[in-house]
Design a protein around this ligand. Structure first.
Ligand SMILES: [Zn+2]
Length: 296
């Protein structure tokens, strides 16, 4: 596990996300986005290797998707610490409502695989504590970064420009197969199949650019230094140009969470690929398995 910045440890989980262990200015430890349920004991071991007998003060969720939050319940029970999420994300984190269906009409290979899924899993943590605008981590600013989900949040440390972005952006290109597979490091949009409001994504990217981050640690992809890619300029470019070229169900008609905890959803747009993407993925897996068996 690498210390990406002063007091910020990045744990690359087996499922391909970043759990982030943070020592704040009050010398207390926090764990952000512990990963999916099957990552629980890998993350537990990694945290213990840094903290020894010390336990995290709390687990914070940038949002409630199962791939970043599924391990939170078991780890919180093990350590006896609370789990925090934003108030806007609480209905999904608490299990009151599900997330809307994934978008199979957006760019990229991920939309083909999305045909096997109906909706993103939520963390289902009824005891999660809701955060107001005050950041529980001293020395960090809590940023409301809606778009990927209604209550997505991130954290910014002004003293050295470190941004913990959650899924408000990523450093993987979800639209193109080769860069996605290679995990080529570049500042890119949030994961596209389960992003619900691209208008809000634009506002969040503008907010990120305004903070002039020097390092971005996303939920998906390698940490990115400003000196490598010019993070503020790239975030501004994505906000102004990247959104315009997008296609998908939630681009023109965002999924909006109403105050009565129901979703305002419009009819899905036509999906010209239909089930072709699904069969392409199955065929790809079959070819891959065939080659593995033949070569082995
Ligand atoms: Zn997500």
């Amino acid at each position: 596990m690498a210390e990406a910045a002063q007091g910020v440890h990045c744990i690359a989980t087996p499922a391909g996300t970043n759990a982030v262990l943070i020592l704040d200015d009050a010398q207390t430890w926090w764990l952000l986005d512990p990963g999916c349920a099957m990552d629980t004991w890998v993350v537990h071991k990694a945290v213990c290797s840094v903290l020894g007998d010390v336990k995290p003060t709390g687990i914070i969720l940038s949002h409630g998707h199962g791939h970043v939050a599924g391990a939170a319940g078991e780890l919180a029970a093990e350590w006896g610490c609370p789990v925090y999420c934003s108030a806007a994300e609480a209905p999904m984190v608490h299990g009151v409502i599900s997330y809307p269906p994934v978008d199979t009409t957006c760019h990229g290979i991920a939309s083909a695989t999305a045909r096997f899924r109906k909706e993103p899993q939520a963390a289902a943590l009824p005891d999660a504590v809701t955060l107001d605008s005050d950041c529980p981590m001293q020395g960090w600013e809590l940023l409301a970064l809606p778009g990927h989900t209604p209550g997505s949040i991130g954290f910014f440390r002004a003293v050295d420009g470190v941004l913990l972005a959650g899924d408000a952006l990523s450093t993987i290109d979800w639209d193109q197969m080769i860069p996605m597979w290679r995990q080529t490091k570049q500042l890119r949009m949030p994961p596209n199949i389960d992003t619900l409001d691209w208008v809000a994504v634009r506002r969040s990217l503008r907010l990120i650019a305004s903070r002039m981050p020097k390092m971005v640690i996303p939920a998906h992809g390698h940490p990115l230094l400003e000196c490598e890619k010019g993070v503020p300029d790239e975030a501004s470019h994505l906000a102004e140009v990247g959104i315009v070229s997008r296609k998908g169900r939630y681009v023109a008609d965002p999924a909006v969470l109403r105050s009565d905890n129901t979703w305002q959803l419009y009819d899905p747009i036509p999906d010209p690929a239909g089930n072709i993407g699904k069969w392409m993925v199955l065929a790809g897996i079959a070819v891959y398995l065939f080659l593995i068996i033949r070569l082995w």
